[in-house]
Design a protein around this ligand. Sequence first.
Ligand code: PLP
Length: 494
Amino acid sequence: MDVNEFRRRGHEAVERIAKYYEDLAAQGTSNASVSLPVLSTVEPGYLRQLIPSEAPEEPEKWDDIQADIESKIMPGITHWQHPSFFSFFSANSSFPGILGEMYSAMFNVIGFNWQTSPACTELETIVCDWVGKAIGLDESFLSSGKGGGIIQGSASEAIVVAIIAARQRMHDAKIAEGFSPEEAHALTAKFIAYGSTQTHSATKKGCMIANVQFRALEVDPTDFGLRGETVESAIKEDLAKGLIPIYVTATIGTTSSGATDDIPGITAACAPYNVWVNIDAAWAGSACICPEYQSVLAGTQNADSFSFNMHKWLLTNFDCSPMWVRNKTYLTNALSVTPVYLRNAMSDSGIVQDYRDWQLPLGRRFRALKAWFVIRSYGLTGLRSHIRKHIAQCRQFTDFLERDERFLIVTGPNWSLVTFQVVAPVGLDVSTNELTKKVYNAINKEGSIMVTHTVLGGKDVIRFVPGSPLTEEAHIVAAFDVVKKVTEQIIAGL
Ligand code: PLP
């Protein structure tokens, strides 16, 4: 493809992308010219039958490649940007976010150190400071002090990095206590990290990667949050067993129910033992852009690290997980290796930041561009309206549930997440858990909306989370109609 064809094909691609978003916005209205079921209905292996088993030996025409987007790829897409996507957590995209991805692809820099593209590093530091201030993080997380921010690719990466930094910090502390490097290394086998039964599985996986034992602590059954006392007792118990606690994930907005852990209590419990507290606010962190939700940050000023996903609920295309630390030395101590071929005068001078020393891979994408575009295009005011709109939509859906005795709210609404059950009618041979599961499966089979499910305190529940920028009040009303209709059908068929 030469530059002239690229120019033409690029224009066509932008037209196609614009039409996709128009089509999505029209779903569920009389203006819809195509039907896009939110959840893909293809069977496993569908693509094997459509695509040759060998790569083409000769170049293919772009017309043929482009046509395959419609015929082969589109049917296998679950439309995360669909206005009736109420599943998992949203993965917002936006036009400024897409343009940011395009410019990032244009430069295609691999910004592992300052010199590889000063703009890539410097914009990232500035954007992390902007976002940190906008969500109300303590000043000690900003680049003006010992701390600062980096954009990781995912919350999972931020968690692994935090665990590895915690491991290194404890290892170094043992050396400072007088252990030899060999003894300190041997002690790492006794290191243990904590989360709760509600902590995202990314923490357990992070511990598997870092080869650190993981213990899931029980949550308070009333609100599904982890208490400081529980962490304190676990630390004491494990120390008595000869283990060495090093790390805890405290969550703001758990995946299943949107619960928030007792961060003041957890940070207070960890401080005397040099246990690293990492705040995982992957989803709900975006809500802190609104001052009225910043009270959940109480205690985070004493945590070691904090991250959230702008790619979930802050209009920034995947991937964009800002992570802040209060002392960047712990990251660089754990993750910096400098062979000769990576040395350069700027890095050696110590006046620039090399983000390769704050993350797992060497290479890194220019992610700050899209975040910068989004923040400037919407302004903080626009971002706050986006969050408040979904919280109001969830409140509306919750009101519908509350007014209908067939449904029982189990948690929330927490920001824009509510969980509920379908109550088994008296006289029918079905439990509330079974009925809820049946309704959940039937809702997704019906296809016009998509939800996910989880289990909370032994209760099977349906999670409902509005978060798509295209979701309007009419979609919430229509979603409740689907839930009611499916419930009636299932009960009638029992
Ligand atoms: N933590 C929480 C609370 C989450 O909800 C999620 C994903 O939904 C994650 C971590 C993992 O996020 P990522 O896909 O960015 O690794």
